[in-house]
Design a protein around this ligand. Structure first.
Ligand SMILES: C[S@@+](CC[C@H](N)C(=O)[O-])C[C@H]1O[C@@H](n2cnc3c(N)ncnc32)[C@H](O)[C@@H]1O
Ligand code: SF4
Ligand code: SF4
Length: 342
């Protein structure tokens, strides 16, 4: 396969979609990718329940297989359980991303058997979680996570890697293991929303990131559950630091994944706010085939050093919203310029 072909490969429709059903949130995390949380105009433009169902129906008809219900905090929406039930009835494999605050037995009872798994954002052990989320809710979140397990619903976690929590990895892995989570995700900071403004105090340096990933590599040898590097990381960075992880994701934005905003707007991913179309008024096929998506799919704005890299077909250049500036425009900030692979 020629270099670049897999990175540019396009399915006739996206296989997975994130649906941010609301931008509202009860938290105000400094690292949050969602820059529209505080925008009341956008908040009020959320689709009605009927509109949400129309959006989901269009996704299912177009061939989307997996639907992630997210936000903002999706459980703030009074229809959250009904949306999950409706999406499952359309044949979609549904999961939920939540901060865990509103989980209760009634909700779990409603979605049991309809949802593939619930992902709770757990940003560390008690001190780190409360520091990162600016909340005093760690104990409540742990109690609610235990309810998910007790309801027989698979539970996963997400940990956004920042300067505030990267040193608690060993204790964190013990915690999620003891809780009984099915897998634990680790996501590098995306340059979006509040995270972009607070980047310099939050983002790990290359050296810190290399140490963190080495620690994950060591931990995965003993861990009974998969430790997943969920956010895309340049493969040259992993290779140059000799990091070998069993579970690594690359970026699917525009290739087989899309994001739906609360008002039906379609973007390449939750961290990108360039709207390509609107599912309330247009078909997914029309939106998916627009030039704006072709540009993303073909990674036209990626730096030439990446495009000529022998790993580009696998890597795709890392995270499209986490690029450097000036001469590094189009390069992931963790890209390693030297050719470390031959
Ligand atoms: C945007 S939140 C929405 C769902 C819910 N409110 C929550 O916190 O889980 C979805 C996931 O994105 C992660 N996240 C938020 N901001 C991020 C950023 N700047 N970079 C990487 N991941 C981020 C959160 O930790 C969470 O797991
Ligand atoms: S990461 Fe989730 S919980 Fe935190 S502010 Fe963003 S949407 Fe809310
Ligand atoms: S040079 Fe670019 S495409 Fe190649 S491995 Fe690094 S980030 Fe990925």
């Amino acid at each position: 396969m020629p270099v670049g072909e897999a990175a540019n490969a396009c399915k006739s429709s996206p296989q997975a979609a994130v649906f941010q059903i609301t931008y509202r949130c009860n938290y105000n995390c400094a690292f949050c990718l969602n820059e529209m949380r505080a925008d009341q105009t956008n908040n009020t433009r959320q689709a009605s329940f009927d509109g949400q169902k129309r959006i989901i129906t269009k996704l299912a008809v177009a061939g989307v297989k997996k639907l992630v219900i997210s936000g903002g905090e999706p459980m703030i929406d009074q229809h959250c359980a009904d949306i999950i039930i409706f999406a499952a009835a359309q044949g979609l494999q549904v999961s939920l991303q939540t901060n865990g605050f509103f989980i209760n037995d009634d909700f779990l009872w409603q979605v049991r058997g309809k949802i593939a798994f619930i992902q709770v954002s757990l940003e560390g052990t008690k001190a780190e979680h409360e520091l990162v989320t600016h909340t005093p809710h760690f104990d409540r979140i742990i109690t609610n996570m235990k309810k998910v397990i007790a309801a027989g619903i698979p539970l996963s976690t997400n940990f956004t890697i920042t300067k505030q929590n990267h040193r608690c990895l060993q204790d964190y892995i013990r915690l999620v293991h003891d809780l009984g989570v099915s897998f634990a995700n680790f996501t590098r900071l995306y340059h979006s929303g509040s995270a972009d403004n607070n980047r310099h105090s939050l983002e790990l340096s290359k050296e810190e990131m290399a140490c963190f990933l080495k620690d994950i590599e060591a931990a995965q040898r003993q861990a009974a559950i998969p430790l997943v590097l969920a956010g895309p990381m340049p493969l040259c960075f992993l290779a140059s630091h000799d990091v070998w992880l069993s579970h690594v994701n690359t970026c699917g934005a525009g290739k087989d994944e899309i994001n739906i905003q609360p008002n039906g707007g379609v973007t390449m991913c939750p961290s990108d706010h360039a709207v390509v179309g609107n599912l309330l008024h247009e078909s997914l096929e029309d939106i998916w085939n627009r030039q704006a998506f072709a540009r993303i799919r073909e990674r036209r704005d990626t730096h030439p050093d990446c495009k000529t890299c022998e790993l580009f077909s696998l890597c795709g250049g890392g995270c499209l919203v986490s690029h450097g500036k000036g001469a590094c425009k189009g390069c992931d900030v963790y890209m390693v310029r030297e050719r470390v692979i031959s």
